[in-house]
Design a protein around this ligand. Structure first.
Ligand code: SAM
Length: 244
């Protein structure tokens, strides 16, 4: 065997990069599909942007993307604290979907809504949970008959996370109304905030004037927690442009 076949080290080359509605990793839902209004494109890089390489892919509705958590540090530890457990209980890294893991490999199941092969190849995706710029190393079509197990056990994350109510201050609605993408941006803001993007330790803040911010598309969305009876609501106070 030559060295390449004998080696215990493997080099991965990105086949393309994601361009998404998420300029920052903060605020991105913790799994794909939780914010279906999130649009993204996977732009393939030469020589992988040959339209032959995606022939037949248009007949699949969902894809697995293997990617690199390029904004995570290379260090990892055997135990991690999943946000789902409030950030204070530990589980093994391989029992989690943590972004801090050996090899920094991620896996997301996303919806394919179109393929543009006019100039190279760009896949149009929905519900992606990836920050803009994420390097993708492989694409595989999803096979529901083999890969869907609705009765499977899901450990410490057995159900879809519960949703927060999201309301909009009239000033924020006015800003939205002036935009061409007002309907899809409103849906995206609602879907992202309903997952409560605040860090686990801040989720105890059940009502204050403290402003939190999350960047989506080309805007900075400012929101406040509000106490409503036993529940906490997130109120969108302002939608501001940010310098890209
Ligand atoms: N579905 C994938 C998986 O299971 O491998 C990702 C799950 S991970 C818990 C999702 C989080 O990764 C998002 O909430 C976001 O904050 C973070 N993230 C997304 N893209 C990233 C990147 N390129 N580098 C580092 N973190 C990223």
């Amino acid at each position: 065997m030559d060295d390449a076949h004998n080696s215990e080290h493997f080099t991965l080359t990105p086949i393309g990069h994601v361009v998404s509605d998420y300029p920052d990793k903060f605020g991105i839902p913790r799994q794909p599909g939780l914010a279906p209004a999130a649009n993204a494109q996977l732009v393939l890089t030469a020589p992988y942007n040959d339209p032959h390489a995606v022939r037949g892919l248009e007949d699949f509705s969902h894809l697995w993307l293997s990617f690199i958590f390029h904004q995570s540090p290379e260090r990892w530890s055997p135990l991690v604290r999943p946000p789902r457990l409030g950030g204070n209980k530990k589980v093994g890294v391989f029992a989690s979907r943590s972004t801090h893991r050996p090899n920094r490999l991620g896996l997301s199941l996303v919806r394919l809504v179109g393929i543009d092969s006019q100039h190279g190849v760009a896949l149009k995706l929905q519900g992606c949970d990836l920050v803009s710029g994420t390097p993708v190393v492989d694409i595989k079509p999803y096979l529901p008959w083999a890969e869907s197990h609705p009765n499977a056990l899901a450990g410490f994350a057995p159900e879809t996370p519960s949703l927060m109510e999201v309301v909009f201050h009239p000033a924020a609605l006015d800003t939205l109304a002036q935009r061409q993408d007002s309907a899809t941006l409103l849906a995206l803001i609602e879907q992202v905030l309903s997952q409560d993007p605040r860090p686990a330790y801040k989720q105890k803040d059940r009502g204050s004037d403290r402003l939190y911010g999350v960047r989506l598309r080309d805007v900075d969305v400012k929101f406040c927690p509000r106490q409503k009876g036993e529940a906490t609501t997130l109120e969108v106070m302002a939608i501001e442009p940010y310098d890209q």
